[in-house]
Design a protein around this ligand. Structure first.
Ligand code: NAP
Length: 488
């Protein structure tokens, strides 16, 4: 089940790489295959893990990360009140403990080191940089103050240093979250949750303070298609009342029997059952005093965000559904309009990949074009994760994706498509004692530095029973990693 795949960090389901090269195709050198992985989120760690787990080719993996901290969206994307999902980081820690693995944090490819240099120094480079941009709505008023991207809000409450100053304005009573995916639910849930519940998590302190002072009373999550087309996973939908302490407002009229319902996937049928439960039980469970109410609405597309110098309302088109010849269900504007009061609009309509200098890019899909992970037209270059397949799937999906890429890479070695680098022969790609890399980035954060950050954050959380209190500025993170006095 998809939900379990996220919540269970066990390794027993790990698809394995079976790409033992035939002996005659093995490169003449005994030196290990050197691989640079760029980006230390789930796809990066699963790529490193798959490379280290296979036994056909000796290998060394260097994992480069722009931030001083590893784990990508597991640290900066997964909601703070989902600690079970974050527990997958123990799998990444086990990978990092392998002596053939090195973490090089605080190194930005394209700034400290170039793509050409990496390709020059390593046998292969795997980009696992995720999808760092946001999809846009493309409607008037989208950039009015008070209309913010979920990418920013998620980064903000998770203490990502790039988003520490992206606080949403929580001074109004009405918030509208556009989009019917898990990120929309995450944001809505955090906005609605009692602060004492969040105070037990690793949410950024600045977000906790802002949420404590929040005036938000109602959060409406709005999907453009119907409940059967929503991208929620059932566990995320089902937990809402328990987490927010309040019934979820769902309009029973929007949950009429769906055509061909029995043929819908199990996940969708479960989602519909949860939504019908909400629709049926809410009248007997009014929101308790002091709790914030969440509503889910469907079949509405935002067409304009309006307000005098600040968001005040969202104009929605009422949609009907149309099934195409290929079975795809589209939202079609009925012409009817509905205006919803909003002091805050959060656009949670998906992430988008951003191009990497020198590599091909599919603008429409926001991915680097590839064949089973091999970059089309690349030199010794591969991709895995969201930059390979787009921003979809749960964390565990990246494991399968990374294994496919590693299988391709090892097959390329075995079949002679990936010529071993002329330097192969025991020369360290980052120079003796990492000298080349340290010249480029004197404030290099290695695994030992990350361990210092991790220990400091956990120690700060301990007195209040929190898993950690995150450091949220680059200076504080790097100073801690390098054991320098922390800059405040
Ligand atoms: P998502 O699952 O792709 O959902 C995006 C939502 O935005 C969809 O409902 C989509 O509707 C809607 N949308 C797109 N363009 C729109 C527009 N112009 N106007 C109105 N609505 C629009 O993306 P996400 O929520 O960002 O999540 C990204 C991935 O991370 C997903 O695979 C998600 O499951 C995963 N994730 C998982 C968890 C978890 O497991 N707890 C938590 C967070 C994220 P259409 O379907 O009509 O396009």
């Amino acid at each position: 089940m998809a939900d379990d795949a996220v919540n269970t960090p066990s390794t027993d389901a790990t698809p394995s790489v079976d790409a033992t090269p035939s002996t005659d195709a093995t490169p003449s050198t005994d030196a290990p295959l050197t691989v640079a992985v760029i980006g230390s989120g789930p796809a990066g760690f699963y790529t490193a893990g798959a490379l280290l787990e296979q036994t056909g080719v000796p290998v060394r993996v260097d994992l480069y990360e722009r931030l001083a901290t590893p784990w990508g969206l597991v640290r900066a994307g997964v909601a703070p009140d989902h600690p079970k999902i974050k527990a997958v980081s123990s799998v990444y820690a086990a990978t990092a403990a392998d002596e053939r693995f090195r973490f090089f944090g605080n190194v930005e490819v394209g700034r400290h080191v170039s793509r050409e240099e990496l390709v020059e120094r390593y046998d292969a480079v795997v980009y696992t940089v995720g999808a760092q941009g946001e999809r846009r709505l493309g409607i008037p008023g989208e950039d009015l103050p008070g209309s913010v991207s979920a990418v920013d809000v998620v980064g903000w409450y998770n203490g990502h240093p790039d988003f520490a100053d992206r606080a949403p304005d929580l001074s109004g009573r009405h918030a509208v979250v556009i989009g019917a995916g898990n990120v929309a639910l995450d944001v809505a849930r955090i906005l609605c949750s009692p602060v004492e519940r969040l105070a037990a998590t690793d949410i950024a302190d600045h977000a906790l303070d802002a949420l404590r002072a929040s005036a938000i009373e109602q959060v409406v999550v709005v999907g453009r298609r119907g409940p059967a087309q929503a991208a929620f996973t059932t566990a995320e939908l089902r937990e809402l009342p328990e987490f927010t302490g309040s019934a979820v407002d769902v309009d029973p009229a929007e949950l009429a029997e769906q055509p061909g319902e029995e043929k819908l996937s199990r996940l969708i049928r479960r989602n519909l059952a949860v939504l019908r439960d909400y629709a049926a039980t809410q009248p007997s469970q009014p929101a308790a005093a002091g709790t914030r109410r969440m509503a889910l609405r469907f079949l509405r597309s935002p067409v304009e965000i309006r307000g005098e110098g600040k968001v005040a309302e969202v104009v929605f088109a009422r949609n009907r559904l149309e099934v195409g010849a290929d079975g795809w269900v589209s939202a079609v504007d009925t012409g009817e309009r509905e205006v919803v009061v909003a002091d805050l609009v959060v656009r949670a309509v998906g992430y988008k990949g951003v191009p990497l200098v020198g590599l091909p890019f599919d603008e429409r899909r926001g991915v680097i074009p590839n064949e089973a992970g091999r970059v089309a037209g690349g030199q010794r270059e591969y991709v895995a994760g969201w930059i390979k397949r787009g921003p979809t799937g749960i964390i565990g999906t990246n494991r399968k994706c990374a294994v496919e890429t590693v299988t391709t890479l090892l097959a390329d070695v075995a079949e002679g498509r990936l010529a071993r680098h002329p330097r192969a022969g025991g020369v360290d790609p980052v120079g003796e004692d990492e000298s080349w890399l340290r010249e480029r980035q004197p404030d290099l954060v290695t695994e030992a530095g990350w361990q210092l950050i991790d220990a400091a954050e956990r120690a700060s959380g301990q007195p209040s029973g929190r898993p950690r209190v995150k450091l949220t500025t680059i200076d504080a993170l790097v100073d801690t990693a390098l054991n320098r006095a922390v800059t405040v």
